[in-house]
Design a protein around this ligand. Structure first.
Ligand code: G6P
Length: 440
């Protein structure tokens, strides 16, 4: 008889937790989660209690043998864990509001994972995740860390490079959504298609082939962008609108986040217009969260409410629970995750984190070889990887020169005095979450 699994979720008070719970309940027969520990910090206690009690009701309604524990004591939770998932947000949504507002006030894209905002999210998050990794080394050295915390690619990079912890998988719902939605657009069954993704988190390209090896990518580009663009595959980005000539020349499908790089003027204009009416995306998310938590408070609610689909992370449980399932049961499922390159993309060094299509085995992800990109993708890929490496280094060292170098390289940040001004404003706004920059 198996002892059953212990899963620990850090940032357990997140509004996404019911997604995870639903995923584990649906898979209970093959993935017997006996202990589900939700961990949060003092500032997140109220949310942890609300969503944690909702998780308990879900388990009860499902009639499965699983204990849900709520705690603020991370170390108690981590002891002997099998899998640790991270979905925390350092500084909560208020910090994201600053990440989005400050660059926007200087006429630059303000976004959760891109541009100056994305860099600062990494600076706040990396030290906390590295701390968790240190606890894991001591308390659950055999566990896998499944990270959903953004920026997921840079967090994976930091854990591999500075945490020296190999059992990390960075995951994101974008590839999961793309597979499902694009198969629908092609009028095909996902099981008859092979989607091959390669690149970085929120900056990957992909091709799609049928089960006879026929390349359907050009057809997909036409269906998706030929008219005037379809709705985006994620709720937090409005539509997928590209210049058809350019996108056809790519030879691969872009991801929704490429709009920030390929259509910067359009994205900035839309962001500014949206800001006038709704505030930033983070402010909107705060309102959606408030509604969600009001629903979660209802003692009669014991299932995931529809409204959760308004958040960009829909199908997250598909990714998180399925990866854990694939590792635990050695299912050899094909999924796209952030992992170490190891020669998969020959345009990048072996030791960096990349987001690529892999077979998920009992020993972790085994990437499908990709090879080299043509110049139109390669240039942006290498630039962004260099930018990520500098950002992660700055997060660990607290060195402003390194940070300014990352700012200068990022295509969404105006270089020079403007870069320095935005950097200084963000450093001041996030002072309490950046101990490495304010050591004395
Ligand atoms: C997408 C991304 C996630 C991101 C989310 C933001 O799904 O893949 O990495 O966290 O959107 O959604 P939100 O509702 O917070 O704006």
């Amino acid at each position: 008889m198996t002892k059953g699994l212990k899963i620990v979720t850090i940032g357990g008070g997140s509004s996404y937790t019911p997604e995870l719970m639903e995923g584990f309940i649906d898979r209970y027969q093959e993935l017997p989660v006996k202990e589900f520990w939700l961990v949060d910090i003092e500032a997140g206690k109220e949310k942890l209690d609300i969503v944690g009690n909702m998780a308990k009701r879900m388990v009860k309604a499902a009639g499965i043998d699983c204990e849900v524990h709520l705690t603020l004591d991370r170390r108690e939770a981590l002891k002997d864990a099998d899998f640790v998932t991270t979905q925390l947000r350092v500084g909560l949504l208020d910090a994201r509001i600053q990440d989005e507002r400050i660059p926007l006030s200087h006429g630059m894209i303000g976004q959760e994972t891109n541009g100056a905002g994305g860099i600062f999210k990494a600076l706040r998050t990396v030290p906390v995740i590295l701390d968790i990794v240190e606890d894991m080394k001591e308390l659950c050295p055999d566990a896998w860390l499944i990270n959903f915390t953004n920026p997921a690619g840079m967090v994976t990079e930091a854990v591999l490079r500075y945490g020296k912890w190999d059992k990390i998988i960075g995951l994101c719902n974008i590839p999961v959504n793309a597979v499902v939605e694009e198969a629908k657009l092609l009028g095909r069954d996902t099981r008859d298609l092979f989607f091959h993704f390669a690149g970085l988190n929120h900056l990957h390209w992909h091709t799609v082939k049928d089960n006879r090896g026929n390349d359907l990518t050009a057809e997909l580009v036409d269906v998706m962008y030929g008219q005037k663009g379809t709705d985006s595959i994620v709720a937090n980005i409005k539509d997928n609108e590209y210049l058809l000539e350019q996108i056809k020349h790519l030879g691969m499908m872009p991801c929704p986040y490429h709009q920030y790089y390929y259509m910067t003027d359009k994205m900035l204009k839309e962001e500014l217009a949206d800001f006038e009416v709704n505030g930033t995306r983070a402010e909107k998310v705060k309102r959606i969260e408030h509604e969600l938590f009001e629903l979660y408070k209802d003692p009669a609610l014991d299932y995931k409410p529809q409204q959760l689909a308004e958040r960009g992370g829909a199908r997250y449980s598909e990714a998180a629970c399925e990866i854990i399932n694939a590792i635990y049961n050695d299912k050899r499922r094909v999924m796209t995750v952030s992992t170490r390159n190891n020669g998969t993309i020959t345009d990048l060094p072996d030791d960096v984190a990349v987001e690529v299509t892999c077979m998920i085995t009992g020993a972790g992800p085994v990437p499908f070889q990709f090879g080299s990109f043509p110049p139109q993708e390669r240039g942006l890929l290498q630039l962004m990887k260099a930018m990520e490496l500098l950002t992660v280094e700055a997060a660990v060292t607290g060195d402003k020169g390194t940070l300014l170098q990352a700012f200068t390289m990022n295509p969404l940040i105006l270089s020079g005095y403007a870069a320095k001004e935005v950097m200084e404003e963000l450093l001041a706004a996030h002072k309490e979450y950046l101990p490495n920059f304010y050591r004395n």
